[in-house]
Design a protein around this ligand. Structure first.
Ligand SMILES: [Zn+2]
Length: 87
């Protein structure tokens, strides 16, 4: 027993298992290829957003750095003391 759905194109009842409408021939289901394409597209979109965010953050960071370090770089501003052995 196939469940029925309504075709969006011709608004007739079509079996849900059908990939295309038998009345008007419109595609009812997305093919696996289309689904994969959408997944890849979303993946690339998220990556693009992350890359853009990284660019914005890094440019801000570097601009702040350049303004703060106008003079020569303080090489030994904070003397790194090695971990002292516990007595
Ligand atoms: Zn149809």
């Amino acid at each position: 027993m196939d469940q029925l759905t309504i075709c969006k194109t011709c608004s007739k009842e079509v079996a849900k298992s059908a990939s295309t409408c038998p009345h008007c021939g419109a595609k009812l289901k997305m093919s696996v290829f289309q689904k994969v394409l959408i997944v890849i597209g979303v993946f690339f979109a998220i990556n693009l957003i992350l890359i853009l965010l990284n660019l914005v953050v890094s440019t801000r960071y570097f601009s702040n750095k350049s303004t703060s370090t106008t003079t020569s770089e303080p090489a030994n501003e904070i003397p790194r003391v090695p971990a002292q052995p516990s007595k």
